[in-house]
Design a protein around this ligand. Sequence first.
Ligand SMILES: [Cu+2]
Length: 627
Amino acid sequence: MPMHPLDPLAADEIRQAAAILRRDRGVGDRWRFASIELREPSKEAVRAWRGGDAPERAARVVCWNRDDGKAYKALVSLTSDAVMSWAHEPDGQPNMTVDEVHECDVAMRREPRVIEALARRGITDMDRVLVEAWAYGAHLLPEPYSDRRLGWADVWYRSQEGSNPYANPVTGLHLVIDLNAMELLEVEDTGAIDEPAAMGEYIPRLVPGLRLRDNIKPLEITQPAGPSFVLEGNLLRWQKWSMRVGFNYREGLVLHTVGYEDGGRVRPVAHRLSFAEMVVPYRDPTSEHYRRTAFDIGEWGLGFMTTSLELGCDCLGEIAYLDAVLHDTAGEPYTITNAVCIHEEDDGVLWKHVDEVSGAETRRMRRLVVSFHVTVGNYEYLVYWRFHQDGNIQAEVRATGIMVTTHFAEGRQPPYGTLVDERTYAPFHQHFLVARLDLDVDGEENTVVASESEALPLGPENPHGVALVQHETALRTESEGMQDYDWSVQRAWKVINPNVRNGLGGPVGYKLVPDACFPAMLAADSPVLRRAQVLAHTLWVTPFDEEERWPCGEFVVQSQDDRGLPVWTAADRSIEDTDVVLWYVFGIHHITRPEEWPVMPVDTVSFWLKPVGFFDRNPALDVPPSH
Ligand SMILES: [Cu+2]
């Protein structure tokens, strides 16, 4: 199978990119590769590509020298085996890496000061200790070390072999670590000694008195003739939908060139769909949690955090899997097997009517699901893109895993969290997800329209008070594109192509149907909001620029200010009748519950993209009856 220009970098390409920088830029043993990914070709190049010849291939690379702390961004041509650009990046730090977190855990468990602090608490088996580094925001960096690459760490303890470390936080003990020197700089120790409180185990053999339900009969999904989708390399086709499946270290799954076949041709819907940032501020100012703001995409990377999926557990039915190829900090590739799951699901009734004379017509709905799962420390995020027969697209995210908890004095109620076990509380926090939606509705020249309802006042034209009208307001500039959810007018946003008309005379369009949006509830000058100004609005709209990928900036580790959306939109560019990108903010306002301990049942949020005048009528009239 010839390589497509949008195919992720293969293992030998990753190796080659690293080798070129070692050869031509003196990248040595003391350096780390933070990221090596495909430099995606332009839209023109993708459209023009007709197969055959190997496409021009290039890699984006971020690496840094541990000795002087300097980070560089490089563009490397794999086709011509040369460095195309190489630039020092003075602001912020490259993303956190799997290697550092692991090396930090190993090194800190050998530190005499850590061993001593734990011994005072009666913890002596260092094999059962977990030291987990988190990234800093610039405003919290301890003064004497603020020019270094730092991590701060929690300490956790497994009460027995193989048990859950997050069940036992070591209260009052935090470490500040120079991640380049892997040197312990400070031990913050309140000396607190807790009685173990929580029953935080979820593995059946470790849960006291647990009896598993025994009245569940097998439920099997079989597709004797195989699934209805076709996967050729990374090209996925299913009924009328087609798309290319991509993957990178940061966004994880990326869907490219999403189109719907209609009237014998593929009509473009989206050029690229992904999750571009995720911000999780903990809303607890106490000493255990005030630093705890995670940028799960910018700091950690959904790709790097992706876990292998297992048939029958993670995905049920006739599954096709795609592996993902990533790399370690030495630039050596490795494979995550079964990283992306592709399958189809029955989804109940699609449409139905019962007529007194002709009887019932019912169609069952199928949907195509492309999904992946990530584990970021204690938490899991499960991401599902679902494509429906009626042209709808749903993006769903499920949060699960183990909540962060802290011991709390007996008989009291914590002010910034919920008691979830004896003397144990889980702090409130929020999970903001930022979807990057590069829609191309029947082509690139699109306009975003705010769509609102208004109930007209009583009057001669409206004597019964039932009149409802719809207002459509085109968003012409980036400042107008900063939009907030408004329940009172049922505000939604339509991406229309004013140059392409449907059979009824209107512009073709797709509607972003907002759901799971909530206000940031952060003061305008709060450090978290300064680093993630994207959270201040539900929607941002920008004109497409291939370099504008990360809404809170590329280097969010130790960032002071958001160097993404607020910087780009300061020019207040036109977003009318052009190639637009939507940045949609939604997520979970997580007011913790006892039922979410010791492991959290999924909390599920989603939004929809629905055709609005994209088709002239119900596009699923042609779905055959299933009996
Ligand atoms: Cu949560």
